[in-house]
Design a protein around this ligand. Structure first.
Ligand code: ADP
Length: 627
């Protein structure tokens, strides 16, 4: 019999696979089972209109037959089968299957660099990743003769007539010998094969069966066991997500979530949706009730499982989730992505993007719903994952702020409870034009700020920004609807009436020389010195000028590699405090002492503002001197 050569491109791909150190050899089983399932599908559909098929739905199955002794694994199906010509055309050439485009797309792939193949799948040829020889015995439905296709690697293949009783295909794998690095024994082990079916092919519509050895108690002989063969169905077949929502209980959802995503707690919310139209898919997603232990580590990978018609393609498809929804767990099963998605995922990219877009919308609407109908749960969610949303606002130059702003919450001076921006705006005072906030390490520290006292005194609600990302997010938002965000510690926060403002301006102008003397004494520590009316009991405060607040300065400088970032301040002195008279007097009589006072007041203002003293020794010495 003359050996025929594989078409050139097949040969190259085959060579690449067989000779590469390949980490996901196990996917060959998924590929062969999927092919078998397709073939069974074809005959099943035929049976609906053609009585000569003579099989009931329950008769169709896929069978795994491991033979440890002879190192043979057979994947057998009673599907449509292949004629000699089809064997030749389908298995001798890759040209017409997705693998061709795979090859063109990846023309530059080195033979050692095949991780990529794992992601894209390789169909029938993956059999050679675990086999030294492959035989395919097939009988096409309606044909009298059976044929065998046989190949032992890249050298070529032969096709010859043989015997087979009924229609279908047996893929017979002569499992490779173990090498020093790789053991292939696992692919003959029933335990391992069961696990692989569960992992990749659990939702194939037809039963995948295998005879499994188990030990059973012997009847009438207490304590004695015998080993018997049990015919087991390895897959569960009906995917939970394909059932109707009304048929699924909360317990079922929870059990599924816990088992598949390794959580010990129930999910906070289940999102189960069927979408038809431009992109047809089922999605079953979960919002966990707490962050997984590796959530804040580099190792955490976002993503959803991607299935194509019930067959697992990728464990984590990152493209399906935007970063700010990285906490969502779950899966997408698409009818549109043919089984070839694995090979052609690059070309199908737009399809995936379409799905990702609708998924994003769905998550957003579910979160909004949760916020409006189940506040308690939403706050729990926000405690766990709110930071992700805040980062989402801040990242990508604020590109997603409109999408996310209504999902944000901050604690506020109003009972220190969470408030959304919409709620804040809703209860703003009639004379209030801005959304006031203050930032600091903790609510307690913020409440100690003199400016907080002043703003609260005027009856304004203040958002308390205590997470390090908060103020960055708020600065990125800039506005919520038509209201600006204003830090109460900034010069912008001015609660005086127009009249009061005018008076203060006049006063400040008349002491311009004194202030400029004090500013000089402080060097570049402050941009200016002036009187203020916003303080009640405190003598001084630092008021922020420019983009960077004191808290942002603290956050930025605490980041590795950062440092030297400086916020700009004005030193504001309470004009109604006795200290105001004192400095005026010193300016007239003892300028030297006023210089020292300036430094002391500046240090005091830092302390009151929750900051540290830059030069504690100098400050302490100054205090003693003044005493
Ligand atoms: P793909 O599945 O992407 O077409 P494969 O290399 O896996 O590529 O298979 C090539 C073709 O061989 C299939 O399209 C199918 O027509 C045929 N084939 C493979 N396995 C079987 C099988 N078990 N029964 C019938 N036909 C099969």
């Amino acid at each position: 019999m003359k050996k025929k050569q594989f078409k050139a491109e097949s040969k190259k791909l085959l060579d690449m696979m067989i000779n590469s150190i390949y980490t996901h050899k196990e996917i060959f089983l998924r590929e062969l089972i999927s092919n078998a399932s397709d073939a069974v599908d074809k005959l099943y559909f035929r049976s609906l209109t053609d009585d000569s098929v003579n099989l009931n739905k329950d008769d169709f199955c896929i069978r795994l037959i491991p033979d440890k002794e002879n190192r043979i694994l057979t994947v057998s199906d009673n599907g449509i089968g292949m004629t000699a010509e089809e064997l030749e055309n389908n298995l001798g050439v890759i040209a017409k299957s997705g693998s061709q485009s795979f090859k063109t797309e990846n023309a530059g792939v080195e033979s050692g660099d095949v991780e990529i193949i794992g992601q894209f799948g390789v169909g029938f040829y993956s059999a050679f990743m675990v086999s030294k020889k492959v035989k395919v015995i097939s009988k096409a439905f309606g044909s009298d003769e059976a044929n065998c296709w046989e190949a032992d690697g890249v050298d070529g293949y032969v096709v010859y007539p043989c015997e087979k009783e009924s229609a279908g295909t047996d893929i017979i794998l002569y499992i490779s010998d173990n090498t020093d690095e790789v053991s292939y024994d696992e692919f003959l082990d029933t335990y391992r094969l069961s696990a692989l079916v569960k992992k990749y092919s659990n939702y194939i519509r037809y039963p995948i069966k295998m005879n499994v050895e188990t030990s059973k108690p012997i009847e009438d002989k207490e304590g004695e066991y015998e080993t018997v063969l049990e015919d087991r169905t390895l897959n569960s077949m009906v995917p939970l997500w394909k059932k109707n929502k009304s048929e699924i209980s909360d317990e079922e959802y929870s059990a599924f979530y816990k088992e598949v995503y390794y959580d010990y707690d129930d999910p906070l919310r289940v999102i189960h949706s069927k979408t038809e139209g431009n992109a047809t898919y089922n999605a079953l997603m979960f919002i966990p009730s707490h962050a997984p232990f590796d959530y804040y580590s580099k190792e955490y990978e976002k993503g959803l499982q991607l299935y194509s018609k019930g067959v697992l393609i990728t464990e984590k498809c990152a493209d399906l989730l935007p970063d700010y929804y990285n906490f969502v767990r779950g899966l997408v099963d698409s009818e549109d992505l043919s089984l070839n998605i694995s090979r052609e995922v690059l070309q199908h990219d737009h399809q995936l993007k379409l799905i990702a877009k609708t998924i994003e919308k769905k998550i957003k609407s579910e979160l909004s719903k949760m916020l409006s109908t189940d506040r308690e749960k939403y706050e729990k969610f926000f405690d766990a994952f709110g930071n992700s949303l805040k980062f989402g606002v801040y990242n990508d130059y604020g590109m997603h702020k409109d999408e996310l702003q209504d999902l944000l919450m901050f604690k506020s001076s109003n009972e220190k409870k969470y408030v959304t921006l919409a709620e804040y705006k809703e209860r703003m005072k009639s004379d209030q034009n801005s959304i006031y906030y203050a930032s600091g390490e903790s609510i307690e520290k913020i409440e100690m700020l003199p400016q907080t006292e002043a703003a609260k005194d005027k009856g304004y609600e203040i958002l308390y920004l205590t997470d390090y990302v908060d103020e960055f997010a708020v600065k990125t938002l800039m506005q919520y609807e038509d209201k600006n965000f204003v830090n109460i510690c900034s010069a912008e926060a001015d609660f005086d009436t127009a009249e009061e403002k005018e008076k203060l301006k006049e006063n400040n102008a008349s002491f311009e020389d004194m202030f400029s003397f004090m500013k000089d004494a402080l060097g570049d520590k402050v941009q200016s010195v002036r009187f203020t009316h916003k303080l009640k009991n405190h003598p001084v405060c630092l008021s922020n000028e420019g983009m960077l607040s004191a808290d942002m300065e603290r956050v930025l400088n605490s980041m590795p590699g950062a440092g030297g970032v400086k916020a700009e301040f004005a030193l504001e002195i309470n004009e109604n405090h006795p200290i105001a008279e004192k400095i005026k007097e010193l300016y007239d009589n003892d300028k030297d002492r006023l210089g020292k006072y300036a430094k002391l007041l500046y240090g005091e203002a830092r302390l009151i503002g929750g900051m540290t003293i830059e030069d504690p020794a100098e400050f302490a010495a100054l205090i003693c001197e003044m005493m």
